[in-house]
Ligand binder design. Sequence first.
Ligand code: C2E
Ligand code: CA
Ligand code: CA
Length: 264
Amino acid sequence: NTVRFFDPALAAALTERAVLRNDLRRALAEGQLRLYCQPQLDAARRVVGGELLLRWQHPRGEVLPEVFIPLAEESDLIVAIGRWVIATACRNLAHWDQAGLLPPGFALAVNVSPRQFRQATFAADLEATLRQSGCDPRRFLLEITEGMLIHQVDEAITIMRRLKALGIGFALDDFGTGYSSLAYLQRLPLDQLKIDRSFVRNLSENPNDAVIVETIIVMGRQLRLQVLAEGVETEAQYAFLNARGCNQFQGYLFGPPLPLAEFE
Ligand code: C2E
Ligand code: CA
Ligand code: CA
């Protein structure tokens, strides 16, 4: 019982998305998905961690995570992809550990999407994968976002506590960009706060961003969390963050995301 106007541009965009969504199903099976790792450094510029980041090498050229992750999140496809990411993470960690390559305290950070985290079997699956791979859970850090916490915070806290008991760490990603609630910050069993790169980008030009970054660092430290700054591209940004007590740094200044073999 409605009348709608047809817009060819809209149809083209929808078709494009449908094609990509379809291709993404095959991408995992056909080995087109790759994991890269970007180094994370401490104040003395030693590598103390790495963040795993997905890449999709589509036959027609690379598709950006900003495009395909949201597509994967529309369905349970993100669950299959997420499982593969976690399995690959565990395998590599175990391998690096056995080869004696890991510096003391090294942790591998893995992004978890809201849909994946909400799966009833998420914690049990992760536990099983960790056990099978023989990797040390204390070397494992899960990056979650505020978006996944607005609904069912209590359930999220229960799952986090269970995983923390195994030794797994938690980082709150993109801090300051989502539905930030200071109430969560003290309730969640977190280890690390990641300052979003949108705040780091304009540190020297925008006095407001500088104040926000300073405040996040102070707050994180008071709550006894590690504070990591993302998107550090210049020495000036690093100097500013370091002088204010930021503990960890990640960005092109230190290194881009690298294929796992190169990261190793
Ligand atoms: P994110 O978790 O905020 O990841 C950090 C992004 O910042 C990465 O983009 C990284 O390449 C980029 N970056 C790092 N250093 C710099 C820098 O110095 N300057 C600038 N301008 N950018 C920098 P990437 O790899 O394109 O990933 C985009 C987003 O895709 C990620 O944002 C994350 O939300 C999502 N993503 C990536 N891999 C996964 C995954 O395995 N699972 C899930 N659920 N999401 C993922
Ligand atoms: Ca992240
Ligand atoms: Ca981030």
